[in-house]
Design a protein. Sequence first.
Length: 135
Amino acid sequence: MISGKEKTIPILAITVLLLGVFSALYVNATQVNKDTIAINGNEYTIDQLFSMCNKRIIETDEGEKTGIALDELMLKAGVGCPACHNYIIKAEDKYQQTVSWDILKTGILTDYSRVFFPDTAHTFWVRNVIEIEVK
């Protein structure tokens, strides 16, 4: 004869497995994957941005990084008087950093939507960039 403990353990295990499966499905269904970056109110794909700008290599404390120059990108995106503005770089996960023109003109945007700035703290390096707001 099967005792109560022997019935309860499989039921709890199945419940935990189902909870995990439904949680994973929910997270994947609600996750937003954005294929564009908004700059100064206009949407661009990474491919468009890389076709607009020249590549630049910068040296960081993690080694060389290659991407497109953010200063050139702002000019090509139509930002008038780029030195007159601050820039809010926003990530997919709601993280954001505000940088001045002096910092922005040293940085790059990589083909995997990450910005790097040499000689700055890593907190300024934003992953999964979805927008660069001009203030």
